[in-house]
Design a protein around this ligand. Sequence first.
Ligand SMILES: [Fe+2]
Length: 361
Amino acid sequence: MSHDEKTFEPLDVPVNPKDKEFCLSFDQKDVEGYKEFFDKYGFVVIRNVLTESEVDDTVDEIWNEAKPASRNDPNTWNSKYNWPGSDSIGIFGSSSCKGKFAIKNRIKPVMYEIYKNIIGRPDLWVSFDRFGVMKPTKQVTLANGTKRDFPEYKSKEKWLHWDMNPFKITDKDLNVEQSDGGESEMTEKDFSEMFFICERNGVVGGYKRVQGLVALTDATEEDGGFLTIPGFTNNLQQWSKFHQTTQVGKEISKTADFIKVPEGDPMNKQAKKITVRSGSLLIWDSRQPHCNFSNNSDKFRMVQYIKMFPARNEKDVKYAEFVRLRREKMNGYIERLKSESGDPLHLDNLSRKLLGLDSWY
Ligand SMILES: [Fe+2]
């Protein structure tokens, strides 16, 4: 069967029966429910993964990093007041977040349980990724109590992409690693901020690759949020087969690890807004084309990007040096936090394994 945009229809996303403004979400105990939804739609939302106070603490941490911009003065939410860059795509700066609460969120046991169930294996590492922040753009309350629009704070409307190459992977490759993304060759200087932010994007095959975010605000269709084509993952093989010889296929690099959906591709019209409650974890299959859509409200949309992926085994001689260097870098992040604020993490065995400080093997 060949793929044809006319015959592929994105799935309609069900809403929460008692909270209709938001997409259907699952309780963390409903493992079969969320796994089944994920397999069908290519993403899933699990609610109440962070508590209200964990969300509040994390949001405070973001504001601390935004200084000297002031929380109550929208006129300061820009580069003149050192507001971190990358906000045109809804991303908060170009460094991973390394504060106490950001790290606590990453190593929270429920986070691990959900990723373990979705990926289907226990030996996981957690990513060190960034916050996503979209500023309010409509009728924003100023420090003096009046309101005005901030169109200059609006992020890009649509930039559907994959953080992998759709031509490189098919269903049957998921269990066969074809490329280690250069990890076995890495040296000390390769362990940059961007390495941790994009970790594992260059690896092809070997496991079910997923990405995720935890919502730090409610995100309705007006507030900005996650955009994807529901059910696309199950269509990816037909899509890539069809586009081997088309103009769209020719426009897409067969080797890069970040691929933007071409502007003219009808797929752009098939994307749907995924609305989530604060504290929810949204996980998507990396084969889903995705992006964020922009904010048209008077409220912030904030998230923390958190993903997990299989650890490397240092007993495999190919990865021994890679694991050692990664551990050294990660240990540096944890030690810096300790020197700034005592020992706020109290890392247990699971946390140490998730961070890569101790071995799973
Ligand atoms: Fe992405």
